[in-house]
Design a protein around this ligand. Structure first.
Ligand SMILES: Nc1ncnc2c1ncn2[C@@H]1O[C@H](COP(=O)(O)OP(=O)(O)OP(=O)(O)O)[C@@H](O)[C@H]1O
Ligand SMILES: Cc1ncc(CO)c(N)n1
Ligand SMILES: [Mg+2]
Length: 539
């Protein structure tokens, strides 16, 4: 092992909304500067979470859950292991603490070398470990600290010494950006008060807030049976009840660890706290729903599939990342008639649109022969893959499967999103055109990833398409649990006004003729992209 002196590092952070909750003491640049062979490459803002937690031999909770959750949400995850548990779906059979000196060593190894954005804590089983962590955080400040005060496993086994309670409250909570107790942990932290209702959860959140964290999330996964899983978020002023579907499943082992590390991953990517919590909760809900019928182990509480991979048919493996809503920002839809009019091939049109800044491409070829369409689709898959831009196919699930596209977009008269999901598997992107709140609800229930809503303005591209206007768009967005892309008559003169509506789940605009019924697709796309970016900045 090398014993070279540790070099200090100075790391510029990417601009991010995270500063809205970071404290001055943690935003101070750490007094580190490092020599680096690949300085330019290392400046890339890879989101990085360090988890300080225990290992779960069953693989469902602890460090293992944290690493999988971060991987699923697109953050790098390093790990400092505080304890090794012998654990399975029946409970905890043993706990072996890692010596405190060695925990200090692990913390030093990671924090002195790597650019960690967010530290997430799980099992901190002794007073000494809490103190060592606090010392390390003072020495190596990070952008945010997420504390999941793990004390008891769902099986009822103790995962920390009761004497840590005071340290948690007095030392760690004061440094935390968010603490995420479940109801049992909240009760312990508050001297054993009983929590039975959402109103009790609010009171608990307010009391825990007084220990010093910037935000508190009291998790209601263990609350008595109801159709909803309700968590209470508190920022010191306002309580927000985060309500999700309660998934009927025994596979909930590790939900708490997953939620906290997902929050950490989103913060590392630059989210504000409330947004990070919402994304994390949605992620847990989808993963539980996807893993309802998984059987791993024989005990009462099983793990779930963070990466949505275990049930994938072979043709899906290795093909697709989970859907990133930001890709809806500039959604381009091809049209072969327009391409013909200007003498463009589909491939060239797609290439130019991507060059101009398109963030997702849909091939909508109404009159192409299937064989010709498949050939063009295969070429476009390669073009899109090399630029990291997802490629969707309109209507044609067969073409999407044959060319291994990233997904399919369907209309109200095409086969349903539920059937498309069955055919494509969980890893692909599915979009549905919706004009009403009821259609948006159906798309959500059918397992779609986003909806397209329009026509926002009158359009010649789609005959007999009723115009919804801004009011209709807002109504559908408000009702939709899915992200929305606006479509219909959108061009460089009106796209800004659509984004300036500032509707939170309206993620972008979809355009056809404004780009493809033009001589220079690249220039038009570039113009549109800069208009959208300015509009977004002005909201
Ligand atoms: N059956 C369920 N369906 C949907 N969401 C759930 C379900 N169970 C828990 N959740 C959600 O999972 C998140 C974690 O909460 P939970 O109360 O389960 O944490 P926890 O008890 O610390 O978990 P664990 O200790 O098992 O890791 C919360 O957002 C909660 O609402
Ligand atoms: C190691 C570990 N950390 C956290 C939890 C809580 O789910 C658990 N069961 N095991
Ligand atoms: Mg927990």
């Amino acid at each position: 092992m090398s014993s070279a002196p540790l070099q200090p590092i100075l790391r510029p952070h990417p601009p991010s909304s995270i500063s809205s909750f970071s404290s001055p003491r943690r935003t101070q640049p750490s007094p580190r500067a490092r020599p680096c062979r690949l300085a330019a490459a290392r400046e890339m803002p890879w989101p990085h979470v360090l988890t300080v937690a225990g290992s779960d031999s069953g693989g469902g909770a602890g460090i293992q859950a944290d690493v999988k959750a971060c991987a699923a949400l697109g953050a790098y995850c390093s790990s400092v292991i505080t304890a090794v548990t012998a654990q399975n779906t029946a409970g905890v059979q043993g706990v072996h603490l890692v010596p405190e000196g060695f925990i200090r060593k692990q913390l030093n190894s990671v924090l002195s070398d790597m650019s960690v954005d967010v530290v997430k804590t799980g099992m901190l089983p002794s007073v000494g470990i809490v103190q060592i962590l606090c010392e390390s955080l003072r020495k190596f400040p990070v952008k945010a600290l997420v504390v999941d005060p793990v004390m008891v496993s769902t099986s009822g086994d103790s995962l920390s010494d009761p004497s840590t309670l005071t340290n948690y409250r007095d030392e760690l909570f004061a440094m935390a950006d968010i603490v995420t107790p479940n109801v049992k942990e909240a009760s312990k932290l508050l001297g054993g008060v009983s929590l039975h209702t959402v109103s009790d959860m609010r009171d608990a959140a307010a009391s825990i807030y007084k220990f010093g964290p910037r935000y508190v999330l009291v998790k209601g996964g263990d609350m008595p049976d109801s159709s909803e899983a309700i968590d209470v978020f508190y920022d010191g002023k306002e309580f927000i009840e985060l309500r999700g579907h309660r998934i009927k499943t025994c596979n909930t082992h590790g939900t708490g660890c997953t939620l906290a590390s997902s929050i950490a991953a989103e913060l590392a990517k630059g989210s504000t706290m409330l947004h990070a919590v919402r994304v994390a909760k949605n992620f847990v809900e989808s993963a539980l729903d996807h893993s309802k019928d998984l059987t791993i182990g024989n005990g009462p509480q099983g793990p779930f599939d963070h990466l949505f991979r275990l049930k994938c048919p072979p043709y899906n493996i290795g093909s697709q990342q989970r859907f990133n809503q930001d890709s809806l920002f500039l959604y381009v839809v091809t049209d072969s008639r327009m391409n013909k009019r200007w003498g463009h091939s589909i491939e060239d049109a797609v290439k130019d649109a991507i060059e101009g800044g398109a963030t997702i491409v849909q091939l909508r070829e109404k009159d192409a022969e299937s064989r010709e369409f498949l050939k063009a689709a295969k070429a476009c898959v390669e073009i899109c893959k090399s630029s990291g831009v997802p490629l969707l196919i309109n209507d044609r699930v067969d073409i999407a499967l044959a060319c291994n596209a990233d997904g399919v977009h369907v209309g109200q008269s095409d086969i349903s999103a539920r059937e498309v999901r069955e055919l494509l598997g969980p890893g692909k992107i599915i979009g549905v055109s919706c004009k009403t709140p009821a259609q948006a609800e159906q798309a959500w229930n059918d397992g779609a990833d986003y909806i397209g809503c329009g026509g926002v303005f009158p359009t010649m591209t789609k005959a007999n398409n009723p115009t919804l206007g801004f009011e209709g768009l807002k109504t559908v967005c408000l009702a939709s649990k899915l992200p929305v892309v606006a479509i219909g008559g959108i061009n460089t003169t009106n796209a800004g006004s659509v984004m300036e509506l500032g509707i939170p789940n309206l993620k972008g605009v979809a355009v056809v003729s404004a780009l493809f019924d033009r001589e220079c697709v690249m220039t038009e796309t570039r113009n549109l992209r800069s208009i959208l970016t300015s509009a977004l900045c002005s909201v």
